[in-house]
Structures are given as structure tokens and as C-alpha cells.
Design a protein around this ligand. Sequence first.
Ligand SMILES: [Ca+2]
Ligand SMILES: [Ca+2]
Length: 281
Amino acid sequence: MKKVVLLFLSALLLLSSFPFIASAEGMTVIAFGDSITAADKWQKYVESAHGIDVINAGVGGDTTNSARSRFKRDALDKSPDIVIISLGINDCAIDMDRYVSIEDYKANMGYFIDECKKVGARVLVNIPTPVVDEQYLTRHEAEPFEPYGGPNGIVALYAEACREVALEKNVVSADLNAMFLATDDYTKYFPDGVHPSDTGYKMYGEAVADVFERLWLGDINDDGSIDQYDYILSRRHYFGTIELDEKQLVRADVNCDGEPDIYDYILISRHYFGTYTLLGH
Ligand SMILES: [Ca+2]
Ligand SMILES: [Ca+2]
């Protein structure tokens, strides 16, 4: 009898956390970046997948240095819930005055993330997309890039630096660099060597949309906190007694290995008990 009552109570508790709401709806989402962000062709994929409007705060030619001076006005002062940060390609222009050293790039990215956290905004970092040397070098001097094996060699270093900052700051990232390089020929998606084609932007937008749900990693029942209800849902999914929807599956896979399983529900439980911090928290 006791068991039945307990089961009934736990079912009630689970039900009380339904129905699910679409978390991002009504939230202020800002995309802070350079011309690749400003081009605006990627964001419809994120908007339609998550029922949101993205405020585009992309400025062509921006490096992390030049973007710092407008970060407060264009991002922080808008009371953002979510900030998507996409910078780095212009920082790599070692032949130009606007070049930003890799140390300064990391410091600036860290600054953007820290400031977002201070105002309570969640952060999604886009790892810089690759460039195509041949087209890129029609507008830049080749020699300064030679020690790096060409422009995309230096972009690879900044992409790695960006991954390191995201990891260190424990924020969600979309590895657009790795995504394009994993295709059979990434160069066809960057007709001018830097900016994606329409197809490239579709891949870009869909990749950002895919990781977007990770901003709520662990909060499977979408009630704004990560607690025993999430742990129970995760566990029940693992044992096959409930089915999670597509977005819940992303949230349940807290170690982001593509499989919501026993390791994830242990991590959710550890996060709840304060012995582990989930990504993005
Ligand atoms: Ca929850
Ligand atoms: Ca997993």
C-alpha cells in the first residue's frame, strides 16, 4: 500500500511539472558578432526551431577588440536572456592593423562571457568558421600568414583558442569550424573565402539550432531548475518507462555524447547535490 501511495505521489509530482513550456519563447536573444552574424541568413533556422526572435547585433569587420566598445550598448544594456557570441575571423587578419593577438582574443572572449554571466544571461559561443586560403588571399597579403601554413592555419589556432575559452568558462558552444571541416569539401560553402553561401548558412544556422537546447542542459522538465524531478525523468527514460521528446533528449544528454544514459543521470544527480557543475551553469 505504502508503495502504491509513493508511486502515486511521485506520478503527481512529475505531472505537476508538465505541461512543458517552450523555454526560449519570449526571451531576449542577441547575436553578437561580425559580418558573418550580420548577414542574417543563418538566424531564421534558429528562430523557427525554437520559436524565438533573434536580435542581430552583428557588425561587419568587427574584431573582439572593436566589438568590446559596443558590447555594453548592443548586448548587456538590452537585458539579454541569451547571447550568441561569434567573433574571431577578423582578429586573425595578421596582415592588417585590426589584427588581435591570440592572447588578447582569449581575454576578450572571456570578458564577453563573464559580463553576460554577471547580468544573468546564458551564453552560446560559435567556434569561428574556416576560411578558404585561395579566395582569402585575393584580399590579403600572403607572407604574414606563411608561418601558420596560410590563413586557415591561423583561423584553426583561433578556433582552438575559442574552444579553450568556452571550456574554461563552462559555456555551450557550436563547433562550426569542425562541422564544416568534416564535410568532403568545405571550400564550396565559402564562395568569397570567408562568408558562407546560402547552403553554408543553412548548415550554420541548423548547427546553432541543434546546440541551442543545450542552454537548458539538465532541466528536462523545463521548470527552471535542475533537481530530483529531472533526475527521475532521466532515469525513467533510461529504463524505458517514459519517452522524452526531441528537445528533452538534448537536455537529458548532459555530457553531450549523443546518448542520454546512466552517466547523464548520475551527473544530473551530482549537479543537484553540488558535487558537479553541468555545462552552461
Ligand atoms: Ca527541472
Ligand atoms: Ca550522454
